[in-house]
Structure formats: structure tokens, C-alpha cells
Design a protein around this ligand. Structure first.
Ligand SMILES: C[S@@+](CC[C@H](N)C(=O)[O-])C[C@H]1O[C@@H](n2cnc3c(N)ncnc32)[C@H](O)[C@@H]1O
Length: 243
């Protein structure tokens, strides 16, 4: 008997060519496709002739029941999350509920929007002499009582803030790094209507407001946004360290 399972697929950041081959093939063969709302570029959904359901506003129980029923009928079910499902994807709770129905999960990773944002900025997120670490975080809100943005901002590391566009002013006010630290906001990274706003801790909130950007954007904070005084890596040197 074939194993009952649901495929959790990363859709990538938006550009339909940035989904994996495996992810695309699963979309093509799916009977039911449950996707994560407006964060999924509608062009990506066009790979699939499946019955498509937007999960926005549905409860965990409703999503689980729908997927379980379809699997029981022998259908191929794909749960599509934006970027990579392991970042702010709320998938562990879905996997747990499916397990209660004896349904397994197969995961297909995706290209996160944090990487599409680095590409839009033409930079590295870790850069020798500027920042050796990347902090991925989000601001406090409905699902997080207290964030660690002030503490993180003292570490002189690159910070990628998800789910923060609406709170950009609040986030900038919390930062404890110098006010001239470079910041970029990347709206719809890799979509046709991608927008990149560059500024500093001091002025980025006003620039984002003037550009009318309210959601679906990544905030990248740190020297890598405007790389100066970096050190060349040893990778291309004569004497290489083994990696
Ligand atoms: C629920 S999280 C999902 C993140 C996703 N799992 C990922 O790896 O990109 C949604 C947040 O991701 C960011 N995001 C998702 N797609 C984006 C894109 N194409 N460009 C910029 N930011 C994006 C925004 O900060 C948005 O509020």
C-alpha cells in the first residue's frame, strides 16, 4: 500500500522560475493545492490544474480536514508555502495534526525571500569584515509578545526582519545601532513589481511610507546593505584554507 502523505512545498519568493524542479513537478501532478494566500505569486499557481484553495482565514482544523479527506481519496495533495516553509510557515502544527490522521509529510524546500532580497540588493548577507552572522527575526505582534530586536541590534550582525513592514517605524526606533546604519526594504523580491528602498535607520521609515509599501516586504539592516570597507575573502587567494 502506498504511504498516505501530504507534500509541503516551498513556492520560492515569487518568480515562477525560483521554485525547485521537484516543487513544480508536484504542482503539476497535484489534485488538491492548498496555498498560503497573497504571498504566493498567482503565476506560480498556474503550474497546477489542481483544485486550488487559499488557506487565508481557514482554521488549522479546516485545513487539516480538507487535506486529510483528499489524501483518503487517493489524491495528491500539495500544501504550498511562500519562500521556504521552515521560516514563519506554521507548518509544525499542521504536520502534527496530519500525523493524528496517520498522514505523513514530505518536505520540499524553497528559496526564501531573504535570499531573493539579497539578490535584489546585489549583496551578500555575510561579508568578510562587515558581518559574519545573519539574524532572522520578526517584530512583536499578535503571535509574539516580546521581540529581541534591541538586543540583536547591538551585535553588529546583519538582521533580516520578516513580517515587519507595517511596524517599520517602531522597529527603527527600537534599534540600538548607529542611526546611519544602512537599511533596505525589499517589496515583492523577485516579482515583476519588485521595489527596493534604500536608506538608513534614521530615514527608511519615511521613505517606505512615501513609497506606499505596507506589506510583503523584507527589512535588511546592516553594513552589507551598502558594503564598504569589507575584506576580500581568502577563497580567491593563493594560499587557501581547506573549507
Ligand atoms: C509568513 S512570512 C513567510 C516567509 C517565507 N516562508 C520565506 O521564506 O520567505 C511572510 C513574510 O515574508 C516576507 N516575504 C515573503 N515573500 C516576500 C518577497 N517576495 N519579498 C520580500 N519579502 C517577502 C515578508 O516579510 C512577509 O511579511
Amino acid at each position: 500500500m502506498t504511504e498516505k502523505k501530504v507534500y509541503f512545498v516551498g513556492a520560492g519568493p515569487g518568480d515562477p522560475k525560483l521554485i525547485t524542479v521537484k516543487g513544480r513537478e508536484l504542482l503539476e501532478s497535484a489534485d488538491l493545492l492548498v496555498y498560503a494566500g497573497s504571498l504566493i505569486n498567482p503565476i506560480v499557481l498556474e503550474y497546477s490544474n489542481a483544485k486550488k484553495v487559499d488557506s487565508y482565514g481557514l482554521t488549522l482544523d479546516e485545513i487539516t480536514e480538507m487535506m486529510a479527506k483528499s489524501v483518503e481519496k487517493g489524491e495528491t495533495v500539495v500544501r504550498l508555502h511562500s519562500g521556504d516553509p521552515s521560516l514563519y510557515g506554521s507548518i509544525v502544527e499542521q504536520i502534527e495534526e496530519l500525523k493524528k490522521h496517520d498522514i505523513a509529510v514530505e518536505r520540499v524546500p524553497g528559496v526564501s525571500s531573504v535570499f531573493a532580497s539579497a539578490a535584489a540588493l546585489d549583496t551578500q548577507l555575510t561579508l568578510n569584515g562587515v558581518s559574519d552572522s545573519l539574524i532572522i527575526t520578526r517584530p512583536a505582534g499578535k503571535t509574539l509578545d516580546k521581540d529581541l530586536i534591541p538586543e540583536f541590534s547591538r551585535l553588529n550582525s546583519t538582521m533580516a526582519v520578516f513580517l515587519g513592514t507595517q511596524k517599520i517605524e517602531e522597529i527603527m526606533n527600537k534599534l540600538e545601532c548607529p542611526k546611519n546604519t544602512p537599511v533596505a526594504v525589499i517589496y515583492h523580491a523577485s516579482w515583476d513589481d519588485e521595489k527596493v528602498i534604500r536608506g538608513t535607520v534614521e530615514d527608511i521609515a519615511d521613505k517606505v511610507k512615501s513609497a506606499g509599501i505596507k506589506r510583503s516586504a523584507m527589512i535588511i539592516i546592516g553594513g552589507v546593505v551598502d558594503p564598504k570597507n569589507y575584506r576580500r575573502s581568502h577563497l580567491y587567494g593563493v594560499a587557501q584554507d581547506p573549507l
